[in-house]
Design a protein around this ligand. Structure first.
Ligand code: TYD
Length: 220
């Protein structure tokens, strides 16, 4: 049976992960892999509607409402997109995935990590967890200028203290999970090269393990 790979990108707001995701996607395409990029929250018709609610400003939202909406969007994405594409042997790049919920709703909003983990056990089977995760790490203080230039969404409008908690959360998650590779944010090119280095290391190990055969496929 052929099976794809799930790669997720994580980081606090403004860390530049979306730019790196685009470059990584192009890199894999050039190598003739079959790749798909998905962006959370969203990525499905229902998910895109949920995204609008989640990120709309001037709206009071309880932290549990927020948590369940992120999970609702994720559940739909898994059923509609992730399962199918993984079975087709594609590399699925996720611009945010489960770790965002632990970092933002868990560490950021102080919702029990165990509760978040338990909820995930209902919506996601082990085989749909990321094989590798890149955490683009930067101090939130260094991203203030970037965020100032953006038309901020509801979460991005949160305080510096909140972003600090989220970053701390991400670093804790990385400590606990071998799959999470911390990439210190540098220039766009340097950050990207670091991602590629870690990716190639991962891929070699992955192919060697032979547990799940994976080969570059010529695009159809
Ligand atoms: P994102 O789409 O990555 O923002 P951008 O417009 O910069 O690309 O993410 C939207 C926001 O949602 C971001 O501030 C992080 C937040 N988020 C959570 O709080 N929990 C989650 O589970 C996810 C997936 C995102």
């Amino acid at each position: 049976m052929r099976r794809g790979i799930i790669v997720s990108f994580e980081g606090i707001d403004g860390c530049g992960k979306t730019t790196i995701v685009k470059k990584f996607y192009q890199y894999l395409l050039k190598k003739n892999y079959q790749v798909i990029v998905l962006h959370e929250p969203g990525g499905t018709k229902i998910g895109d509607r949920i995204r609008k609610i989640l990120l709309s400003k001037n709206i009071e939202m309880s932290k549990f409402c927020e948590l369940f909406l992120y999970l609702a969007s994720r559940s739909q994405l898994i059923e509609e997109k992730i399962k199918k594409n993984l079975e087709r042997g594609k590399i699925i790049i996720l611009d945010r995935y489960i770790d965002s919920t632990f970092a933002y709703q868990g560490y950021g909003r102080n919702i029990s990590l165990k509760f978040i983990k338990d909820l995930h056990s209902f919506i996601i089977e082990k085989k749909y967890l990321p094989n590798i995760t890149f955490l683009i790490d930067e101090k939130p203080e260094n991203l203030i200028e970037i965020l100032k230039r953006k038309n901020k969404d509801r979460i991005e409008e949160e305080s510096l203290e909140f972003q600090k908690k989220v970053r701390k959360g991400y670093l804790e998650i990385a400590k606990k999970n071998r799959r999470v590779k911390i990439i210190k944010r540098k220039s766009e090119e340097e950050t990207f090269l670091e991602v590629i280095k870690k990716w190639e290391e991962f891929l070699n190990e992955y192919k060697r393990s032979k547990k799940l055969p994976f080969e570059s496929k010529t695009k159809k």
